[in-house]
Design a binder for this molecule. Structure first.
Ligand SMILES: NC(=O)c1ccc[n+]([C@@H]2O[C@H](COP(=O)([O-])OP(=O)(O)OC[C@H]3O[C@@H](n4cnc5c(N)ncnc54)[C@H](OP(=O)(O)O)[C@@H]3O)[C@@H](O)[C@H]2O)c1
Length: 257
């Protein structure tokens, strides 16, 4: 029996990872801020799949929260085999509209927490000679798209760099880059979604299934859907200035994903 730790497990993409990994027989460590919701999720997954689900309440925008999760990842007697760094959020508005405190919170959750948790997890995994880390980024990483896209670009570069550094150690790392996914993300950020075309929306369960396949294949970067693979390919052909003009408007009126 292996154990996976998922940050942001209670909603959206994280909840889809939890459902799928529990169905596959993995024990889970569920991380988010809302303890009641975490307990309900743990009970449901235990009852449905017979797996053990631990609850770890932590706010990854705080040092205490990051340290608590890092400590769990470093526990040698209850090893974590797979880390899904998924917790994240969007800030509504363009640069200078968003308070600096909120920008810094985003960097803390998207970058600092991912750095420190990846470090804690991979140190223990390297010693055991096996393990995996999925860092949830976004297709926004590849286009000029505000501070959200910049933080996700960091996640992609960081993950692929560490994957290279740890090649041959038995530890796999992969950056997962979804397009628009129907989750609580946009509502939480107060972003409308009415004008995002239907074809751009991905299903969280299908996204997770494709991501886990890519991880098993040893990919360090996963853009799981053919629609977004095509779009990402097209971005390489469009001059950067023109791309900025298009992508800073597409969906951005309604907020970045
Ligand atoms: N939805 C999209 O279109 C989309 C597209 C590309 C990438 N992504 C990325 O996918 C990841 C998951 O997003 P989602 O769409 O699934 O969002 P979501 O439905 O809003 O879920 C976010 C999860 O993260 C947790 N969380 C938020 N802030 C946290 C914090 N400070 N500390 C600990 N946990 C925290 C939330 O629980 P609590 O509130 O209880 O803490 C919740 O479980 C994010 O990294 C996001 O940037 C999303």
């Amino acid at each position: 029996m292996t154990t996976a730790l998922i940050t942001g497990s209670t909603a959206g993409i994280g909840a889809a990872f939890a459902r799928r990994l529990a169905a596959d027989g993995h024990d889970l460590v569920l991380v988010a801020r809302d303890t009641k919701r975490l307990r309900e999720q743990a009970t449901e997954l235990h009852d449905r799949h017979g797996i053990e689900a631990e609850v770890l309440t932590a706010d990854l925008a705080t040092d205490d929260g990051i340290e608590a999760v890092a400590a769990r990842l470093g526990e040698r007697r209850k090893p974590v085999d797979l880390l899904i760094n998924n917790a994240g959020f969007g800030n509504k508005g363009r640069f200078l509209d968003v308070p600096m405190a909120d920008e810094l919170t985003m960097l803390k959750v998207h970058c600092e927490a991912v750095l420190r948790l990846t470090s804690a997890a991979t140190e223990a995994m390297r010693d055991r000679g096996r393990g995996g880390v999925v860092n949830v980024a976004s297709v926004a990483a590849f286009v000029p798209r505000g501070t959200y896209g910049a933080s996700k670009a960091w996640v992609v570069q960081f993950t692929q760099g560490v994957a290279r550094d740890l090649a041959g150690s038995g530890v796999r790392l992969m950056a997962l880059c979804p397009g628009f996914v129907r989750t609580e993300f946009h509502e939480r950020a107060g972003m409308g979604t009415d004008n995002i075309p239907n074809w751009m929306w991905l299903d969280a369960d299908k996204l997770v299934a494709a991501a886990l396949k890519d991880l098993a294949r040893g990919k360090t970067l996963s853009v799981p859907d053919p629609r977004y693979k095509t779009l990402m390919g097209a971005t390489k052909l469009v001059p950067r200035g023109m791309l900025g003009g298009i992508t800073s408007k597409t969906g951005r009126k309604y907020g970045p994903q």
